[in-house]
Design a binder for this molecule. Sequence first.
Ligand SMILES: [Zn+2]
Ligand SMILES: [Zn+2]
Length: 593
Amino acid sequence: MYKTNKNLSLYLSLFLFLFSSVTAVIVIIAPPAAWCAEAKPAIQNDFKFPPNGNIVKLPLQNIDICLIDNYKTAEIIIKGDFDISTAAGGSSDKNFKTAGRSLSLKITGISKSKPAVIKYYAVLKTLPYSHIHRDDKKIEAHETIGGLNKNFGPLSFFTYGCVLSPARGGADIDVRTLFCAAGPFADEKECREFCDRMRALHKIPAFLHCVREKKPECFFNAAIEYIDLKNKDDKSLSGGAPLKSIKLNGIKELRVSAAAEILIKNMEFGRGDRWHNFKDARYIGAIKVSGDNHGLLQIINEISFDELLKVVVPSEIEADSAHQAVCAQAVAARSEVLAKFKTRHTDADYDFCASTHCQAYGGINNKRTSTDRAVDETSGMIMFSNGHIVDTVYHANCGGLTEDSNKIWSAPFDAALVKINDSTLETVFNFSTDENGLKNFILNPPPSYCSVKGACNNPDKYRWKREFSASEIDDMIKKQYDIGEIKKIKVSERGASGRAIALQLTGARKTVTVYKELPIRKLFGMLRSSLFIIETIPGGPKDAETRFIFKGAGWGHGVGMCQDGAKGMAITGKDFKQILLHYYSKSKILDFK
Ligand SMILES: [Zn+2]
Ligand SMILES: [Zn+2]
């Protein structure tokens, strides 16, 4: 079985990079029904690729983070000097500039709105934009695109990202990505179903992509109240009572910038997550309120790049961790932002969201001196590999082995993000082909950087166990799959590190396969990782139910830097450069300052 899977992944990488040599294989697999009826255009190599001439100067000045969308009201408190500008719908703009006053700004409601028009596409292939022009890559790139176009086209093309300039030595860094997509589809559901079929029938990791055809319209009302007015001795002149109130109606966009911090009352965090809550949050930079794609409100924080890193790093690693590990995290955070810059939320008006999808960002409450120092000490440093900025992803604990990124996500193979051995032993582990070896690895854990004392203090992290009865499993599965009572759970495909990437569920009525690491973990109440083995203890003849025991290693997706491992390396005397070069293969550290 594992021999087959190895061949499959080999086939997949061949398909992605040497499409022409496997065209014959594609032809014998029928394309999805919906596409059969359409006449296929012949291979053509004169595709029109949208260029995208975004040039972004380094170091970055401002980044727009969407703090929240789908909102109807908001309350913002501003202390000290501030500047408010509003773009009224169709009429003139208003500006307020006030020194030394505190103010309450309430968005009281939406007066008129119309959602954006979104079209849904299935991306079949992404590739660096530079490949369609580079002499050593363009034949391969055009053949790949031509093959996809012949079988699943006509394709649509989108170019995202930007050219970062100037890099060290005057050379620009091209982070543009070309999306080759089928569609548009009638709706989101049809597009998702097409992506699933592409994955199941053709092993093409297709994913849904939203394109905004028409911007939303949203007009809202606001009220400004000076909540306090102080004299030079810091004595309140208003006695705390509102001194003045201004009403603004039919605003399209509102921007507040303050010399000091801005507080947003009752900000929502972790929507859809277990830690979902509301609390007052403090920000610096500017706050912009405008209409989102639903026609409701979005609140965007415009912040400088280094300030963003200083806020993000302490929410990603404990500020009191060994200093070299914190420095490694700072470089990783910087590279990650730049690698993804202008490639995310391309259907919206901001660069990143504030959730874990982009960058967990909760305002300036988290700022710490030690992490500020790490950002300053590594200023301008990024991870670079084979002509691109490494998308320096990380996770809490790898369990001793990290994973290839293309096994976890719908991403092209990246030599910088491949399985590495985090064990301090010299042993080579290869678990995509060896189930017994994996069992031994999980049950008899080797010493690793991420098991070093002081690096990993949670006993439920490096190795963990979850146990469920058959009826508990039934309850979890039936929310998504109607397969009847569970009979068997089997990992049908593993990544290079042994992480489950396809899981077969056999029920009394039918068998389904769950693909990808995250859906597999979520199915069982968010397992620590997908690096697990399953032991089944059969039920007795009468009462006892069958039990399923998941025994696993590590926490998180397992790609890129292992944060506990980084701490372990720092504790054992390695510096941040050694840490980064250990986790990001075939990479170098570039200083753009
Ligand atoms: Zn996001
Ligand atoms: Zn590790």
